[in-house]
Structure formats: structure tokens, C-alpha cells
Design a protein around this ligand. Structure first.
Ligand code: BGC
Length: 756
């Protein structure tokens, strides 16, 4: 297209958009002119139905409230039939016949479950991530849902925090790419009935909870907030996300749910967000416990700060009328919130057809299909991270005897991980099932459970909620161990399926110790003593501190929680049907004491010289080096990639010139494989201190065995920009180090000067 044609096309698009907006505004103005104050407040109310439990309290008399126009949307209700019945009440029995929004936590899949988000991020494959969201949207929408509480984009550098499982790790750049991919996948084309509205959460900074304890205080400088934690939320907004959820935590002394700086100054004014804001589950009421006042006060605070919809707590419904009378909120504020909720319904096409998402035929044919399961299997295999593979223990041969051992080896319910509320756990594939299906008849599998999840039955109970049982074995630990060793001694190789249960991460699942739990660790040590090769198939929702395991276990495959098809995908990788290509998106520390440990740290005034692990009067510990066990971006494959010849198109640039960095990547192993080539930049001198490196690009490259390829990155001054002390976003001239490599530690580097 010529330039003039592009301009004309853009103009036409802008005019069309304007006409659409005008039509929507006219529709909503007309509707709102008929609404009473109570009906307006009703639109701001989001109760939970009881099909699924995701929080503490439920609303009563929902049916009556809907009839009375006191409900704007409903969540935690599952099935087309039920949703249709409720929608009928809204559009046939309420005065103004306003349809409801139906929400759900469709976080990493609907009935077809994909790996937990932290796992998904390790694919570094935006197409696959988008596809997973697309499938989730298709299935959820076929079952009546039009709104998902996803993507969760909270950056976290603290593996103690259980909800690190729900995000994309520690990096703002990667997190932003993933946020966009997820929004694209869910919302694709909202005029169609297979697209749903996304809700980016939890705004903001929820992943920086002190001590990694869920819901805990967050306090951080504005410079850090803008440069390191806010980018993924902004990326979702830029991608057109329809809604946003405020987080539970406080920021700068004000809970996010009542934080005008976050919800109005930044979100609306700086970023131009046009969608609606929903509180988190009773997030408004929780401001009472935060210490901001009674329900009436905190509800007014939330509305004025910029919350439009109240999830579960009903503070808006029950107190805003009084606050309006007392002049504590304005009608304008109530109208704004109501309008934004109605606009969401309009954009979803619910006024045109309230039953748009209620198609029984779709529900019968588009959910948990063979095709979706095949995709889930392929994506899961791309998310696993091969952490160690000494002497090429992996891939396994399709012959001989395997001892399959561990409390997670023959379990279905835990494969889907946290937040898989729509899934039928009995339909997911266990490791045992996966190995049997993939190994073929030449492999004999001897199974023994070996241990429970933990010796502490109360801890195990807390870690196996929501039906994700591990069916605790009540035999004495010695007896279980003996049985396992018996199997191990007869085998050629031991596959130990150990680690965390699904509910050891996720909401309200923080841990102060982040190793493999007690009895499982004993089991692993005993298995290693047999002298047989041991493959640790590691289940976890967080980076674990596994220095000992890394030092002693020959092969470790980290499989997160792989979803519906976890067992098949694990077997695909173990037997080499799929060459692993996942790379970590959060740093794995040596111990809890190092936390927070992240790659894009600051240099400090007393950095440790490279290659050293301790020097007096340097920034280090007496008892542990500063190194992680596995750095950000790390992951092995069954082949081998070599990087050479990092070249720049120029080493001196001016103004808005572009820089090209080229590296030659060679697959010099004997298998085809995929490599995530990573670009990092360091800004050597700045008006504020800058990180030692920052991810600024990546490419997932497929190379056949023996093949090599030049990989190019285009770098512009946009990649050099950051928020300075005045929160101005710009780049500063000076020297930069350009680094390319296979993880954040192992890079090749070249310097450039770039002046204004
Ligand atoms: C969680 C949210 C979730 C909501 C609704 C809350 O407890 O923090 O992530 O979307 O419940 O289930």
C-alpha cells in the first residue's frame, strides 16, 4: 500500500470508530436516562454464584436481586443452561431488561487446561501463548462466559509468594509481550461469540508483597514502579484490554482499591484506559481491615478513586446512596461507573443479543475437544525446562525397565495446577498414564508411591484443597520407602515425580521454605543411593531452592503443572519425541535468604568482581555466593547451540538511527531443536542508576541438526528509554552494552555509543 492509501484507510477506520462510539453513546444515554439511582448502583454490583469457590463470602438472594435490577454481572456460575436461565431473569423479569455479564477465572484454559501461567511464559512463544488464550476463550464462551479475570501480569521476584505461579515471572519486557498476547487471544474479535472480554490484574504491584506473604503490604519507589512493575499492565491497556482488576495490597499507604494515583492519575490520565475497573473479591470491604474506615467510607473511597464494579462485597450497593445524599460521592461519579459497565456490555454485543454466548450446540462440540487437547499437549511440552542432563540420561530409551516413583507419579488431580476451576480433574493425564501411552510395549514400568507429599499431614491438607487430593497413604514411611527401593533396584532408570502439589502455589499459598518437602527429599536421597540413574521430574508452581538436587541428581526436568495433557507432554519430552526448549522466566535462588534475587538488578556501589563469590566490603553474603542456581532465561535442550560472531551494524549512533545486532546461531548437536535467543542491553551511565542488564528482545528459532543461521535484532532508541526521577520516559545518550545469548548469564557482548 502506498502512504496515501494507508492514511486514507486509517482515516476511514477512525471515522467508522467514531460513528460506532457515537451509536454506543446514544444507546447508553437513552438507557441511562431511564435508570433510577438504585438501578445504576445495581450495575456496579458483581456477586458470586456458588458453583465454584474462589473466595470467602457469597451473596444471598441473587435471583431476587437480579429481578430488582441490583446486579450488573455474576461470576462462578458454570454451564450454558444455568447462565441462560439467569440471563432470562435479567432480560425478561427486570424492569429495564439489562443483560448481565458472566465472568469466571479462566486463567490458563477452561476445561482444556494449559500449563500454569508461569510455565506458559517459559515457552517464550507468543503464538502459542496467544493460541492458549484463544482456545480458553472459545471454550469458555461456548459455555456461556463472556468475561475472564485474566491475564494476571503481576511481576514477582519472590518465589515465596504463591501467586508467582499465576504470572509470567520477573521480567517487565517479557511480561508485557505476554500480556499483549493474552489480551489478543481472549478478545480477538469481540463482535464474534467466541471472543470474551479480558481483565488484566491485579493492579498494581501485587507481586511485591513484603516477605512474599499474600495480601501483604507493598511499598516501592515511583521509579521502580514505573520501570519494573507497571509495564505489563500498561501493555495490556495498550492492547485494548476491556477491564482491569484492582489488587488487594496497599501501595504507598493506600490500598490499590482506593488508590486514586493508580486508578485515575496513572491508569486513566497517563495511559488513557477506556474500560471498566472491578475490585478484587471483597477488595472494597477489606479496606475496613486496612484501616481506612467503615463500609460506607471505604466504598466511597473506592468509587472516587476509580473502581467501577464491586466484586462480592456489596458496599457500593448498600452504601453509595447514603454517601450521595451526604455529598461524599457525586452523581457524576456513579454515572461514570455505570456507563463504563454498560459500555462493556454493549461492546460485547449483549444488548443486541443477551444470549450471544448461550449456544448449547457450541457447548456440546467446542469444549475439551481432541484438537484442543492436542494443542495443550504440544504447548505443555514447550513449557518444560530441562534444568540438568548429565551424561545424557535423557531422553530415555524405549526399552528396559523404568521405576516410576513419587507421590505425584500417579495422580490426575494435581496436573492442572492452581486456578483450573472449570476443569474436570479426572480427565487429565497422569505421568503414569502418559508414560504408558508413549513408551510402547518394550518398556516395563514399575510404580511405587515412595512417600506422601509431606510428613506433616496438616501441611499436606492445606496444600491439597479444592479436590486436588493426593490420597494420603497411611502406611508407615519406612514401608513406602522400602517398596520404592524394591522397584528402583529392579529398574534401569528411576523417574522420580516429586515436588509441590498444585495448591502449594496460587492464592494464599505462600511458603517460607521453598525446597522439595521433607519426606520427598528423603526419598530422593534414598533413590540416588541405589546408584541407578535418577531423572527428577519436578512439579512446582514457583522457583524452588534446589541447589542440593542440582549438585547430586543427574537429570532434572522441571514440568510446572502442565495442564490437562501434562502426563503425555512429560512422556513426550522424557522419551525425546519433543526436544525441550523452555527457558526460565524467574531466577532460581540457592536459598530463601537470597530472595529477592533477579537478573535485572542494580550494580550497587560495591559490586562483587566477576568470578569471585566473596570479598570483604563488597555487596555479598558470608555464607552463600550471589549466584542463582539457575539464572533467568536458562534452560537446556537435547541438542546444543553455539553462539558466535556478535556483530553490530555500527558502534556509534546518533539520534533516531537504528542499530542491528546480528549473531550466528548454530545447532551443533545431533537433534533438531528450538532455541530462545535473548537480547539484553545495559545502559552504562544514567541520570539514575540502571540495571546491569535488561531484556529487550528475544526470538525462538528452530534449527535442524547441523544447521546455522544469522539472527538479527533491530534496536531503536525506544529500547533505551526509561522513566527518570521526574517520571519522564526518554533515553539518555551515552554508552550501552549490547548482549546476546542463551540466558541472562551466558551472553556475548559489544559496546556502542549513542548520542542525541
Ligand atoms: C483473586 C482474583 C480472582 C477473584 C475472583 C480473588 O480472590 O485474587 O485473582 O480473579 O478472586 O475469583
Amino acid at each position: 500500500m502506498r502512504k496515501i492509501e494507508i492514511i486514507v484507510a486509517l482515516l476511514f477506520a477512525a471515522v467508522a470508530l467514531h460513528a460506532q462510539d457515537a451509536k454506543m453513546n446514544a444507546y447508553i444515554n437513552n438507557l441511562m436516562s431511564k435508570m433510577t439511582l438504585d438501578e445504576k448502583l445495581g450495575q456496579l454490583n458483581l456477586p458470586a454464584a456458588g458453583d465454584i469457590t474462589t473466595g470467602q463470602a457469597n451473596s444471598s438472594d441473587i435471583g431476587k436481586k437480579i429481578k430488582d435490577g441490583k446486579v450488573g454481572g455474576l461470576f462462578n456460575i458454570k454451564s450454558v443452561a444455568k447462565i441462560r436461565a439467569v440471563q432470562e431473569v435479567a432480560v425478561e423479569e427486570s424492569r429495564l431488561k439489562i443483560p448481565l455479564l458472566f465472568g469466571m477465572d479462566v486463567i490458563h484454559g477452561y476445561e482444556t487446561v494449559f500449563p500454569i501461567p508461569l510455565g506458559l511464559s517459559c515457552s517464550w512463544d507468543m503464538e502459542e501463548i496467544e493460541k492458549s488464550a484463544r482456545i480458553a476463550a472459545t471454550e469458555a464462551s461456548a459455555d456461556g462466559i463472556c468475561w475472564t479475570f485474566s491475564p494476571m501480569v503481576d511481576i514477582s521476584r519472590d518465589p515465596r509468594w504463591g501467586r508467582i505461579a499465576e504470572g509470567s515471572g520477573e521480567d517487565p519486557y517479557l511480561g508485557s509481550q505476554i500480556a499483549k498476547a493474552m489480551v489478543r487471544g481472549y478478545q480477538s474479535d469481540l463482535s464474534k461469540n467466541n471472543s470474551i472480554m479480558a481483565c488484566v490484574k491485579h493492579y498494581a504491584l501485587y507481586g511485591a508483597a513484603e516477605g512474599g506473604r499474600d495480601y501483604n503490604t507493598v511499598d516501592m519507589s515511583k521509579v521502580r514502579m514505573f520501570n519494573e512493575y507497571l509495564p505489563p499492565y500498561k501493555a495490556a491497556v495498550d492492547a485494548g484490554v476491556g477491564s482491569l482488576m484492582a489488587s488487594f495490597n496497599e501501595v504507598d499507604g493506600v490500598p490499590a482499591t482506593g488508590n486514586k494515583f493508580l486508578l485515575t492519575e496513572v491508569l486513566r490520565k497517563r495511559w488513557g484506559f477506556k474500560g471498566f475497573v472491578v475490585s478484587d473479591y471483597t477488595g472494597i470491604n477489606e479496606m475496613i481491615a486496612h484501616g481506612l474506615g467503615d463500609l460506607q467510607t471505604v466504598s466511597a473511597v473506592a468509587l472516587r478513586a476509580g473502581v467501577d464494579m464491586d466484586m462480592v462485597g456489596e458496599g457500593f450497593l448498600t452504601t453509595l446512596k447514603e454517601s450521595l445524599k451526604e455529598g461524599k460521592v457525586t452523581l457524576q461519579e456513579i454515572n461514570n461507573a455505570c456507563r463504563l459497565v454498560l459500555e462493556a456490555k454493549y461492546k460485547l454485543g449483549l444488548f443486541a443479543n443477551p444470549y450471544k454466548y448461550c449456544d448449547e450446540k457450541r457447548a456440546a462440540t467446542e469444549i475439551f475437544t481432541d484438537g484442543n487437547r492436542r494443542t495443550a499437549r504440544a504447548i505443555a511440552a514447550d513449557c518444560f525446562v530441562l534444568l540438568k542432563n548429565q551424561n545424557n540420561v535423557l531422553p530415555l530409551k524405549k526399552s528396559g525397565t523404568i521405576a516410576l516413583i513419587g507421590p505425584l507419579a500417579d495422580n490426575r488431580a494435581n496436573m492442572t495446577g492452581t486456578w483450573s476451576v472449570a476443569a474436570n480433574f479426572n480427565k487429565s493425564i497422569s505421568v503414569m498414564q502418559g508414560l504408558k501411552d508413549v513408551a510402547g510395549d518394550n518398556v516395563k514400568i514399575l510404580y511405587a508411591r515412595g512417600s506422601n507429599l509431606s510428613a506433616d499431614s496438616l501441611f499436606e491438607e492445606r496444600a491439597t484443597v479444592f479436590g486436588k487430593t493426593l490420597n494420603r497413604d497411611h502406611r508407615p514411611a519406612e514401608e513406602m520407602l522400602k517398596e520404592a527401593l524394591n522397584a528402583a533396584n529392579q529398574a534401569d532408570v528411576i523417574v522420580a515425580a516429586l515436588g509441590e502439589s498444585a495448591e502449594m502455589t496460587g492464592e494464599s499459598s505462600s511458603r517460607s521454605e521453598i525446597g522439595i518437602p521433607d519426606v520427598q527429599e528423603d526419598l530422593l536421597k534414598a533413590l540416588l543411593k541405589t546408584g541407578k540413574p535418577v531423572v527428577l521430574v519436578l512439579f512446582t508452581g514457583r522457583p524452588l531452592a534446589i541447589k542440593w538436587e542440582n549438585d547430586h541428581v543427574p537429570a532434572i526436568l522441571n514440568v510446572w503443572f502442565g495442564g490437562t495433557e501434562a502426563g503425555h507432554a512429560i512422556a513426550d519430552v522424557l522419551f525425546g519425541r519433543v526436544n525441550p526448549s523452555g527457558k526460565l522466566t524467574a531466577t532460581w535462588p540457592q536459598n530463601v535468604g537470597q530472595v529477592p534475587l533477579y537478573y535485572n538488578q542494580k550494580n550497587t556501589g560495591r559490586p562483587l568482581p566477576e568470578g569471585e563469590w566473596f570479598q570483604k566490603f563488597r555487596s555479598n553474603y558470608l555464607d552463600v555466593s550471589n549466584d542463582p542456581v539457575y539464572p533467568f532465561g536458562y534452560g537446556l535442550t537435547y541438542t546444543h547451540f553455539t553462539y558466535s560472531d556478535l556483530k553490530l551494524s555500527s558502534t556509534f549512533l546518533k539520534g533516531n538511527q537504528k542499530l542491528t545486532a546480528t549473531v550466528t546461531l548454530k545447532n551443533d548437536g545431533d537433534r533438531d531443536g528450538k532455541e530462545v535467543v535473548q537480547l539484553y542491553i545495559r545502559d552504562l551511565v544514567g541520570s539514575i542508576t540502571r540495571p546491569v542488564k535488561e531484556l529487550k528482545g528475544f526470538q525462538k528459532v528452530y534449527l535442524k541438526a547441523g544447521e546455522s543461521k544469522d539472527v538479527f535484532f533491530t534496536i531503536t532508541t525506544d529500547d533505551l528509554k526509561f522513566y527518570n526521577s521526574d517520571l519522564k520516559y526518554d533515553w539518555e545518550q551515552g554508552e550501552f552494552v549490547i548482549m546476546v545469548g542463551s540466558n541472562s548469564r551466558d551472553v556475548k557482548e559489544v559496546k556502542v555509543s549513542w548520542i542525541k
